[in-house]
Ligand binder design. Sequence first.
Ligand code: ADP
Ligand code: MG
Length: 256
Amino acid sequence: MCAVISLAVCSAKGGVGKTSVVLGLASAALHRGTSTLVVDLDPQADATSGLDVIAQREHDVAAVLRTPKRRVAEDAVAPSGWVDDQPGLLDVLTGSDASADLDAPGSDEEALTALRRALRKLDDHDLALLDTPPSLNGLTRSAWRAADAVLVVSDASRFSVAAVDRTLREVRALRNAPRVVGILVNRFVPRSGEQRFRYEELQSLFGDLVLEPVPDRVAVPQSQGAGVPLHALRTRPAQAVAGQFDAVLDRVLLQA
Ligand SMILES: Nc1ncnc2c1ncn2[C@@H]1O[C@H](COP(=O)(O)OP(=O)(O)O)[C@@H](O)[C@H]1O
Ligand SMILES: [Mg+2]
């Protein structure tokens, strides 16, 4: 695709923080002036709403997956309300519940590569961040085929260890597999012995791929509720989490 680097953010489980990580990385990219396209593949379209998209478009990501033409793709892109004075700095390939129909587990290769073909036709961003639904079906597989890199998001719980393992195996089994740049444990509570145990278990299984965990902080839902980037909150906890997303973005840009 024409964005210099594209990153799929995924997990087999819901509610672990995929969309929050996409928003945190979009905030980090905006902070450093990297032009970014967020691609919202989740039928719940939380990234589209979290990025404060106001403009109504004729098309959305479901139309793009069905008809991966430049005209349709351009028409599905709307500016994020986070920026109003710099067009093109942060845009969203808008999501909608219509994409749910395209999340079949066994979609054919032609359908799975439609997103990659469409994104090649959008050529004016340096970074693409792909938010995905909580499954490893057609939409997430489309994201893997369109991405140079994959970031797996997880919580620190027993069932998540198995889910991370399955996700890594499925990504690595792909032909021309995108590079897995990290496993990001989110909503980490260090005082929980169980969470510390699961985090160490992930480290023992996946080594350096396991990134510094992002702690559970009210600043994350606060920024989402206010419809502003995390970097705009001036509290110390917000700045600390924002700094973690800066570091994750550095790693993505370095390793992808
Ligand atoms: N680090 C965090 N600290 C506190 N709350 C968080 C954090 N990350 C995510 N959340 C909250 O957890 C909920 C689920 O996160 P979300 O990003 O929607 O997950 P997913 O996209 O994987 O379903 C949201 O309400 C979000 O605000
Ligand atoms: Mg989500």
